[in-house]
Design a protein around this ligand. Structure first.
Ligand code: A4P
Ligand code: MG
Length: 181
């Protein structure tokens, strides 16, 4: 069974754009994930714990043949490969990969809550989600991600990230070189 997975990417340490790009490449090369597409890249004010550097955030969608638990384990391996340290809850990190949505599934366990519980309160998630699919329906609220974004109102602290004056793009490699999750 193939289901659409939406993955939130965040980085606020080191070469932030390179961490996001490497994550997109690794996801596109993962066996069990196809049709990998990345949103725009946004520079965003830290949410929750505010005394830390600004983040780069993006969202990736993929068609997943992996079960959600297996996909989360794979995301955690990719975080570890990016030398992610878990020093502080919501603290600075080289790479954070959150499973935002998985088809229309609603899952609640200590290891995995889907939809991601803070999704509807975060413009740094909703804005890139709207790049990919504004009509995507949140399976708990029944509202589209565009409606949730509208409900939050404009957020000047979620801005397109510019490189040399142009919006940064996360590229996906040509298909064919997939590795196992
Ligand atoms: N977990 C449960 N559900 C999920 C899910 N849907 N996706 C568990 C990913 N993980 C999930 O995560 C803690 C545990 O959550 C994991 O063991 C996993 O089994 P973590 O990545 O170790 O720690 P964390 O990221 O510090 O905590 P958490 O609660 O995941 O925080 P968030 O939601 O990732 O928020 N501000 C801006 N501007 N941009 C950001 O990206 N990110 C955060 C962290 C705070 N502020 C931010 C940003
Ligand atoms: Mg996280």
């Amino acid at each position: 069974m193939v289901e659409s997975a939406y993955i939130g990417l965040g980085s606020n340490l080191g070469d932030r754009l390179a961490y996001l790009q490497r994550a997109v490449t690794a996801l596109a090369e993962t066996s069990g994930l196809t049709g990998v597409l990345a949103s725009g890249v946004y520079e965003t004010a830290p949410y929750g714990v505010t005394d830390q550097p600004w983040f780069l955030n993006a969202v990736v969608r993929a068609d997943s043949r992996l079960a959600p638990e297996a996909l989360l384990e794979h995301l955690q391996r990719l975080e570890a490969q990016a030398h992610r340290q878990r020093d502080r809850h919501w603290g600075p990190r080289t790479l954070d990969l959150d499973l935002l949505l998985f088809g229309s599934r609603c899952l609640t366990s200590p290891a995995l809550t889907v939809p991601h519980p803070h999704l509807t309160a975060r413009s740094f998630v909703l804005v890139p989600l709207c790049d990919l699919d504004p009509e995507l329906i949140h399976p708990v609220t029944g509202r589209t991600v565009a409606e949730h974004r509208h409900a939050l109102g404009p957020d000047p602290t979620t801005r397109p990230y510019l490189v040399g004056g142009s919006p940064a793009i996360l590229s996906t490699p040509p298909s064919g070189s997939q590795t196992h999750a």
